[in-house]
Design a protein around this ligand. Sequence first.
Ligand code: ATP
Ligand code: MN
Length: 533
Amino acid sequence: MNEYGIKNPNASIADLGLGNVGSAYWNLTTPELVEETILQGMGELTDTGALAIDTGEFTGRSPKDKFTVLDAETEKTVWWGDINIKFDAAKFDHMFTRLQAYLTGREVYVRDAYACADQRYRLNVRVVTEYPWQNLFVNNLFLRPTREEIETINPDWVIINAPGFMAVPAVDGTRQHNFAMINFTKKMILIGGTGYTGEIKKGIFTVLNYVLPQHKGVLSMHCSANIGKDGDTALFFGLSGTGKTTLSADPNRGLIGDDEHGWSDKGVFNFEGGCYAKCIDLTEEKEPDIYRAIKPEAILENIVFHEGTNIPDFSKAHITENTRVSYPLGHIRNSLIPSIGGHPKNIFFLTCDAYGILPPISRLTKAQAMYHFISGYTAKVAGTEAGVTEPKATFSACFGAPFLPLHPTFYAEMVGEKIEKFNPHIWLINTGWTGGPYGVGSRMKLSYTRAMITAALKGELDHGSYDTHEIFGLHFPAHCPGVPSDVLNPRNTWADPAEYDRKAADLARMFVENFSKYSSKASEEILNAAPRV
Ligand code: ATP
Ligand code: MN
């Protein structure tokens, strides 16, 4: 076994139980990893110098194949169910042995990185990847230790990711050949059978969602964050595709981060050191900052080129709808490094309501804020599946249930305390449909959503008249600079208002039904913030 590159001289791949690999390449530079990727036939350079790769069979996360080891550490703390799926501790050890065997004689790439921009909470991560581009992804998304730091660094957590290793369900106790499993006692994540990079990123997010709220008194959040010229921080919570990354990249504000943050006694800090943006239909005109971040170091995932060129065609979803680009935070012109801001003055809950019911912007009371935080509503549009025409409501507690190892009320209570203490303005933004549901209406124009957020941030919606939604009880402004007033009231945008009322009542019933599993723990005030059915 040979080890190359820069590392802590006291560290060896053998410490991780991988002493039998062929070669271990430690902390290679970006050009080295790009060159190696191309050499191995796994990627190409685009016209702007980014690396384009395919993640393979999986182009998205696989929540049904994410497991958590059940042991003395987790038994009583983890919220077990179909999000946190139990996995036998002995089976985990067995899986690790099989991975060790798989990696024997192979080349692997090792990266030292860390999470949490606030050094008080820093979590060092050592990631071993089978493919060179995965290693570059880790370098893009996590924070980078300095050269001196690498020479003394020791990992708090270890991730081993071998996309080429296939689990055998009957032997390994998995559901199918791919898996991501977290062991909180051994502080280890094993990922196999999938090359989707989001598994690495969200694996560490899950770890932080366990450690920070329980042991450090820090609220962990699935949100993006940015900061104004006066130092006012804004948070944008939302499930996948609702606009966290898009809306936090605002040319007039400094970007703190696009996906995962902590809220401590001092304020807000990014967990990561990079961004992971969607590319579908990306244009320079609509999203200039993200578009221009696609340059050397950035990795494009699962995109296709304009025929006969190396120019990406972002309008195509030939491989997947979920085309992505990862890049270090510094690729965004206005990024804030170190990525730490004060206590938020404004909080936006983003929802992509494909039913076209919720107003594009509403100002929430504290009780409504708690109700909507616990509900975590968004709607997915019908995919490419034949015959599916109706959008599908999804409720995901705290706008991030797939990544929460603890019960949602744990986070909700912390949010409640923060809101009480710091009294931020809280807004519900519908970045989804207007003028009717998916198939009839259209998605809210990005320029309008941006104008609404800018108006809220500037305090332009603090006065002026508000209307109240009959069913949802939401307060929405009658006017907003830069937005035609008729889009502010969704009922007015539908061809048939009676149909709107019927569909609004349907959605309200879904909210109430979903909330029934939390109602025993919620106060009278929060229960009163529910829609009327
Ligand atoms: P993830 O958690 O998966 O990273 P995200 O919340 O960061 O998701 P974005 O990457 O910001 O989601 O995706 C929002 C997508 O919706 C982008 O492709 C954006 O161009 C598109 N979009 C269209 N209209 C709007 C709108 N009005 N507001 C926000 N995004 C919009
Ligand atoms: Mn995002």
